[in-house]
Design a protein around this ligand. Structure first.
Ligand code: G3H
Ligand code: 13P
Ligand code: ZN
Length: 323
């Protein structure tokens, strides 16, 4: 067992109340390789933002759990060397079982999500509570979820979203003891969030549901998944250099800014990073077809990611200067 405090990581305990009071959200960026981690770290340190390093079940399998533990520990050391020891959380994204959450906690995670949102309500409560009881014994934070987002949540795919029912949230947080709650108010995972024709605007987020949730559990930290904006300029760049992404759509950044000022304390972004990496690599390959040194295409991808994360932190989440 390696406890996260030995690695210099923190849980979400102090971060969320500060974010709530300050009207900003903590970035939760997914990673599964070195360049993504380097970019997240550089953006967070340079903007002096706390950060949640987020790892899905698939990402943990891809990167190797032992390597991940050392990468997270390295991230803490490197942040200090760079001159700003920003608070770093290592979080399991969309955990789907008690065993996975336990294994993550035993290998240094400081926060876990248990996603029982697709289960019948009582089963969601039972699974989430079991994870909370174990996690809290190690001072690890737990995120639960109520309501279902459309799109793919790791291996769980859902065609239709079910908005969170505000009348359930108080009962859920009381009976499970979770530290934060992911809700469904119209975001969705991936780069194809809405079926809209070019030029059409996607439906706005259901801020009425968010407000109703805030009334029922005042001061309780809320999490937004599926919060990529799918920037059209990055999609255009991908298509210009040989890609083929049609009918993409994301969440407008003004709406995320508004959410960050509310009880939403954590905003999850993965797809935008994937798009930025893909555009940068395609550009290098298109312009230099003779290139075969991975540093020559992963380096520009890392730079593009850092620029994207910096933009999100400063202009969307507002967590800069809050480390
Ligand atoms: O919400 C899902 C995240 O984007 C993680 O995706 O399971 O493909 O790593 P993944
Ligand atoms: P996006 O696919 O919108 O980036 O959402 C990521 C996410 O919710 C990870 O849990
Ligand atoms: Zn998610």
């Amino acid at each position: 067992m390696v406890h996260y405090k030995e690695l210099g990581l923190v849980n979400t305990g102090e971060l969320f109340p500060k974010a709530m009071r300050g009207g900003y959200a903590i970035p939760a960026f997914n990673f599964n390789n070195l360049e993504q981690l380097q970019a997240i770290l550089a953006a967070s340190v340079e903007t002096e933002s706390p950060v949640i390093l987020q790892v899905s079940k698939g990402a943990r399998q891809y990167a190797n759990q032992t390597l991940l533990q050392y990468l997270a520990q390295g991230a803490v050391d490197v942040a200090a060397q760079m001159g700003c020891a920003v608070p770093i959380v290592l979080h399991l994204d969309h955990g789907d079982s008690f065993e996975l959450a336990k294994s993550c906690i035993e290998t240094g995670f400081s926060s876990v999500m248990i996603d029982g949102s697709h289960l019948p309500y009582e089963e969601n409560i039972a699974l989430t509570k079991k994870v909370v009881d174990f996690s809290h014994a190690y001072d690890v934070s737990v995120e639960g979820e109520l309501g279902v987002l459309a799109g793919v949540e790791d291996e769980i795919a859902s065609l239709h979203s079910h908005y969170t029912k505000p009348e359930e949230v108080e009962d859920f947080v009381t009976h499970t003891g979770v530290d934060s709650l992911a809700i469904s108010i119209g975001t969705s995972h991936g780069a194809f969030k809405f079926k809209v024709r070019p030029g059409e605007t996607p439906p706005p987020l259901r801020f009425d549901i968010l407000e109703e949730v805030e009334k029922r559990i005042p001061g309780f930290p809320i999490v937004l998944h599926g919060a990529s904006s799918v920037p059209q300029d990055i999609v255009d760049e991908i298509n210009k250099y040989g890609g083929w992404l049609e009918n993409t759509a994301g969440i407008p950044e003004e709406q995320l800014r508004r959410a960050a000022q509310s009880a939403v304390c954590k905003i999850n972004i993965d797809s935008d990073g994937r798009l930025a990496v893909t555009a940068a690599i395609r550009k290098v390959f298109h312009e230099n077809p003779e290139e075969f040194d991975p540093r020559k295409y992963l380096g520009p991808a890392r730079e593009a990611l850092k620029k994207l994360y910096t933009h999100k932190i400063v202009n969307v989440l507002g967590s800069n200067g809050k480390a």
